[in-house]
Design a binder for this molecule. Structure first.
Ligand code: NAD
Length: 372
């Protein structure tokens, strides 16, 4: 079996795999080909992949035509899909809820596609969960970016020249990214508060030494997989009312609120932004799925009345080497789980709970229940 790792698009810093992960694939008995330049942006030259036994193919679409399995971080473009060989397997983040044309193209090209977003949240699949591996690093990067932008220090400092008070950080949405944002802000010495609609989160917030903000918004639900369900518009209003004061007192707000498969909830209104002190910073981590903050823009820093709203869609890319390492491990763990040592091929069993969750197209059809 031959597996191909193409270079990402020009705006992506991460590489799909690092050489140490390439070696793990090779040790399984898989032929690994990488497109020349795959690791350039994380300072890994082609030679280092070649040293572990990977074949380097020249830049261009050659690798797409011959590989049995193709792995990327970001979704393929139409040109790349048209190059894929029949019955090959394509694995990447595919954004299948929004990319219906791409899903149809993959089906009609007879490609079996796996969406990394849809790996189910069960214990056996945790090692393949790329949403979590990337969200964790994104949470860290969001705080580092906010600390760079804020004109105050995060920790309290008692000096002969006076006492500097700690920065106040408010984290809205405490999933994987939010938890890491809290932990990072705490490590930097900030005073951290957090809110989430799922009450189970309160204990986790407290265990990190942060304060959980209680807001009564009535009944809330979560899915079997631990994702929050969408709030009603009345509940969002109650949430906004309950958050107003704390937002106005915060130096930094980090929003991470997501509702799986739906646009992100709009939580921070223009009024709430206007009530913050000039010099404050907001990081909208949901900017790519619609944004939690009124006025945030994808991949832009918006300056509004002295307040900076950061809308970086690729925060894991700020720590690209680590993000590449863990993404590659997620891919390896998935392929190793379904690798048939005797047949030297992937056991594509659609009855398996993991594959049932994340395979989108197979044998010319859309097979995923959620996407259908
Ligand atoms: P996510 O990215 O879907 O959402 C981020 C957070 O936003 C969630 O905590 C959600 O409750 C919250 N949110 C939604 N609407 C909100 C609103 N209006 N206001 C405030 N917060 C709002 O979530 P995630 O990071 O993918 O994680 C969801 C849960 O799943 C977490 O508890 C996480 O620990 C758990 N998880 C479990 C596994 C597993 O394998 N068992 C793997 C990964 C994550």
């Amino acid at each position: 079996m031959q597996i191909f790792f193409p270079k990402e698009e020009t705006n992506e810093i991460r590489a799909t795999i690092l050489p140490e992960v390439a070696k793990k694939f090779i040790d399984l008995g898989i032929e690994v080909t990488i497109e020349s330049g795959l690791g350039d942006k994380v300072f890994i030259a082609d030679d280092l992949y070649a040293e572990v036994g990977a074949r380097i193919c020249p830049e261009g679409n050659e690798g797409f035509k011959t590989a049995d399995v193709i792995c990327k971080i970001n979704k393929p473009n139409a040109n790349q899909v048209s190059e894929l060989k029949k019955d090959s397997i394509f694995i990447s983040f595919l954004d299948p809820f929004n990319e219906s044309d791409l899903v149809a193209e993959l089906a009609s090209a007879n490609v079996s596609s796996i969406s990394m977003e849809l790996v189910p949240r069960i214990t056996r699949a945790q090692k393949m969960d790329a949403l979590s591996s990337q969200a964790n690093l994104a949470g860290y990067s969001a705080v580092i970016e906010a600390s760079r932008t804020l004109s105050k220090s995060f920790p309290m400092m008692m000096t002969a020249a006076g006492t500097i008070s700690p920065a106040r950080v408010f984290v809205v949405g405490v999933g994987v990214a939010g938890l890491q944002a809290i932990a990072t802000a705490k490590r930097l010495g900030a005073r951290v508060e957090a809110f989430d609609t799922r009450p189970v989160v309160e204990e986790q917030v407290k265990s990190l030494g942060a304060k959980f903000v209680k807001i009564d918004i009535g009944e809330t639900e979560e899915t079997e997989q631990g994702y929050a369900k969408e709030l009603t518009s009345e509940q969002i209003k109650m949430q906004q009312e309950g958050m107003k004061k704390i937002c106005s007192q915060s130096d930094v707000i980090i929003t991470t609120a997501q509702v799986f498969g739906r646009p992100a909830p709009r939580i921070i209104t223009q009024d709430m932004v206007d009530a913050m002190q000039p010099g404050s910073v907001i990081v909208d981590m949901a900017v790519a799925t619609g944004g939690n903050v009124e006025g945030s823009k994808n991949d832009e820093y918006v300056f509004h009345n002295g307040i900076t709203i950061i809308g970086m869609s690729n925060l894991p890319g700020e720590v690209a080497r680590d993000a590449s390492q863990v993404f590659g491990n997620n891919l390896y763990n998935m392929i190793e789980e379904f690798w048939d040592k005797e047949q030297k091929s992937l056991n594509f069993d659609l009855e398996d709970e993991i594959l049932k969750g994340c395979v989108i197209t197979h044998q010319g059809e859309v097979v995923n229940e959620a996407i259908k």
